[in-house]
Design a protein around this ligand. Structure first.
Ligand SMILES: Cc1cc2nc3c(=O)[nH]c(=O)nc-3n(C[C@H](O)[C@H](O)[C@H](O)COP(=O)(O)OP(=O)(O)OC[C@H]3O[C@@H](n4cnc5c(N)ncnc54)[C@H](O)[C@@H]3O)c2cc1C
Length: 452
């Protein structure tokens, strides 16, 4: 059976790491694990060696002494976990805080943000406790308002966060942002949230992989699961070079989820491509042009949102929405659009050359919140995905929730998982048209963005 994919084949070249800044700056850390060879068995098999899968395996082995193996189609951390922007921030849904409260109530919104904060602290603890050289940077996350209207909205949300949700949020005028952080072409004020920070995503993934392997877990890179069958009470996962039998499976492939590996997940995810470019290192004089003086990660409020940060070697990273199908020519056109957006926001850097560009999938669900749970018709299958672009904290936290759930042996969803993340979302209507929905939405957003 082949694994049907939603996007262009270009997005699933598991044997080819992205030519990213992160790959270029983690060659001193060895890849962990060997491909699965022959027949093997374990208690829990994890499909997907990103943060969700690694964190599930790490916590299962460390806290519950469970025999677990991880299979990834690429190298460990090949997916979004090894190529994201490194914002360890809070969110996890496409709702703003007022919408979240009006849909789910203030208690559920508070519980959600309690989990978001715990998730950020979990990443910090993993880095500290396992001595991972993840190159943490900054103190918080700054949201830059790109218009007066956007600042009025951000200020209102900031007050809700502070007064109703208990998230530390500071509100800065345009002058205060210029004084403390930076100055750009679109800047009407900003809000800063804590306790978030930036990191090197692939060094973190590799460090977590090494810590997981130290707990006795076998990690199998270059072991794409091509077939998933059930043999009595056991699952059988077949790769090109071996098979893995397990009583429990954790499905942790997020935006790279193969559509037809397991019918229970058909049409449930909508991957979106996020893309990043990185400049050559900037000089002091160049940084001064835009009053840039922070290592704190920043994003803007544009309809087609951009996220950016200064990296430890003073290169500037700028990210945003990727192409709608990911084919090579369309992706190149999208990188050009992203570079144009970078130059519009930072006109003083428009002649600075770009040294790296790459992309990958984030994952959206129909209900616009993450999905954590076990299948109704097979409770030996656990899953966690759909972090809506905030996966650094959420995926690691989700992996831990799944590990503790399996370790506890309890049937029902643990109370620690907020209501709005529980279980599978409904499949998208007419799932075969998902790319069309996406193309329409992207075209519309581009128009709105141009006039905003
Ligand atoms: C460009 C970009 C920027 C981003 N920036 C941020 C950010 O700054 N902050 C933030 O919080 N989030 C960010 N995200 C999102 C975040 O990276 C993800 O939400 C998170 O890494 C998801 O982790 P995961 O382990 O669930 O999935 P992934 O890390 O995507 O891992 C899934 C793995 O499944 C594997 N796989 C797929 N099919 C199979 C199969 N059949 N057999 C075996 N393995 C398989 C893939 O090889 C892949 O390694 C960004 C994402 C991208 C792409």
């Amino acid at each position: 059976m082949s694994t049907t994919r939603l996007f262009d084949d270009n997005m699933y070249r598991f044997g080819e790491p992205q030519r990213s800044y992160w790959e270029a700056n983690s060659t001193d850390l060895p890849d962990v694990g060997e491909p699965l060879q022959g027949d093997a068995s374990c208690e829990v098999a994890v499909i997907g060696g990103g943060y969700t899968g690694l964190s599930a395996a790490y916590h299962l082995a460390k806290n519950h002494q469970v025999d677990v193996r991880v299979l990834d189609a690429g190298h460990i951390g090949w997916g979004a976990s090894g190529r994201n922007g490194g914002f360890c921030s809070m969110g996890g849904s496409f709702f703003d805080i007022e919408e979240l409260i009006s849909r789910f109530g203030v208690d559920a919104a508070r519980a959600h943000y309690g989990a978001q904060r715990d998730a950020v602290e979990l990443v910090r603890d993993l880095i500290t406790n396992e001595n991972i050289d993840a190159r943490m940077q900054g103190d918080g996350e700054l949201e830059l308002a790109h218009s007066a209207g956007a600042f009025a909205h951000a200020r209102r949300m900031g007050k809700v966060f502070r007064e109703q949700i208990g998230v530390a949020t500071e509100i800065y005028s345009a002058d205060e942002v210029r004084e403390r952080y930076c100055d750009s072409a679109f800047q009407y004020g900003g809000t800063l949230q804590r306790p978030t920070f930036g990191l090197h995503p692939l060094r973190f993934a590799k460090g977590l992989a090494a810590a997981t392997a130290r707990r006795g877990t076998s990690l199998h890179p270059h072991s794409e699961v091509l077939e998933w069958t059930k043999d009595g009470s056991h699952h059988r996962l077949a790769t090109t070079s071996g098979t893995l039998r397990a009583r429990i499976v954790v499905y942790a492939t997020n935006g790279f989820l193969p559509e037809n590996l397991h019918g229970g997940f058909a049409g449930v995810t909508l991957p979106l491509i996020s893309a990043i470019v990185v400049t050559r290192p900037l000089t002091d004089d160049e940084l001064a042009v835009h009053h840039w003086k922070t290592e704190t990660p920043v994003f803007n409020t544009r309809p087609l949102m951009n996220y950016f940060r200064l990296l430890p070697d003073r290169r500037f990273m700028f990210g945003g929405r990727g192409h709608s199908t990911g084919d090579p020519a369309g992706s190149e056109r999208n990188f050009d659009r992203l570079i144009a957006a970078f130059q519009r926001q930072w006109p003083g850097w428009r002649r600075v050359s770009i040294d790296y560009k790459w992309h990958g999938f984030i994952c959206v669900t129909r209900r616009l919140t993450p999905c954590i749970g076990r299948l109704d018709d097979d409770d030996s299958v656990f899953f966690g995905f759909g972090y809506h672009g905030n996966g650094v904290n959420n995926s690691n936290w989700t992996g831990k929730q799944i590990a503790d759930w399996i370790g506890s042996g309890q049937k029902d969803t643990p109370d620690s998982i907020p209501v709005l993340m529980r279980g599978l979302a409904e499949p998208f209507p007419l799932p075969g048209l998902r790319l069309r929905y996406l193309q329409t939405a992207l075209t519309w957003k581009r128009v709105v963005d141009r006039f905003s």
